[in-house]
Design a protein around this ligand. Structure first.
Ligand SMILES: [Zn+2]
Length: 190
């Protein structure tokens, strides 16, 4: 049975690297795994899934993938798997479209993304994925204190920012993963 997977983690949890490794494993077995990300994520300036480790691969936008005709998902072009990076930026409607890809075309869809933003609120795409996914898995990362980091702290200089406009999480230098205690204390380091 094809399933919808949501694998989430805080900044720095190697989500993109995981996505790229899953695609590689499919390709190595002669299977077709399509990589995509929401068009909103423009941090790479082009259509590339990039990991901090230096791995990267070209991708489609989720928008163009979901706009494909039925023949694409059922004919000989049919992918064996679809991998979505930066899935937090999907709209709720796009998550529902991926559910159809799973249930009607029987193609597994594996989504990687952040669960919550720098205010600690769920992203729209992540919320819908938590509601609809068959399998939900946390990719762990740790705070500087060694505890599990579930919060994405945004900071300016040495000051943690917990309110304000939702802005696209992207530049790694302005965000750091923290545990809940240090997120609320605003302690970015020992
Ligand atoms: Zn901590």
């Amino acid at each position: 049975m094809a399933k919808l997977y949501f694998r989430y983690g805080a900044m720095g949890a190697s989500k993109s690297a995981n996505a790229l490794m899953v695609q590689y494993n499919y390709l190595e077995r002669g299977k077709k795994a399509l990589l995509c990300k929401p068009a909103l994520d423009k941090r790479d300036g082009d259509l590339v899934v990039h990991s901090r480790m230096g791995l990267e691969a070209p991708c489609l936008t989720a928008e163009e993938l979901l706009a494909r005709e039925e023949a694409f998902f059922t004919g000989k072009e049919k992918p064996d798997c679809i991998i979505v990076d930066e899935a937090q930026f999907l709209t709720a409607a796009q998550v529902e479209d991926f559910v159809k890809v799973v249930d009607e075309y029987k193609i597994p869809v594996i989504c990687y993304g952040l669960k919550s933003d720098f205010r600690s609120l769920l992203f729209e795409g992540s919320k819908r994925l938590l509601e609809l996914a068959d399998e939900i898995e946390e990719i762990p990362t740790i705070c500087w204190c060694g505890k599990k980091a579930r919060f994405n702290a945004r900071y300016v200089g040495d000051t943690l920012v917990r309110e304000g406009e939702t802005i696209v999480l992207g530049a790694n230098d302005a965000y750091t993963p923290l545990c809940r205690k240090h997120y609320y204390e605003g302690r970015l380091r020992p």
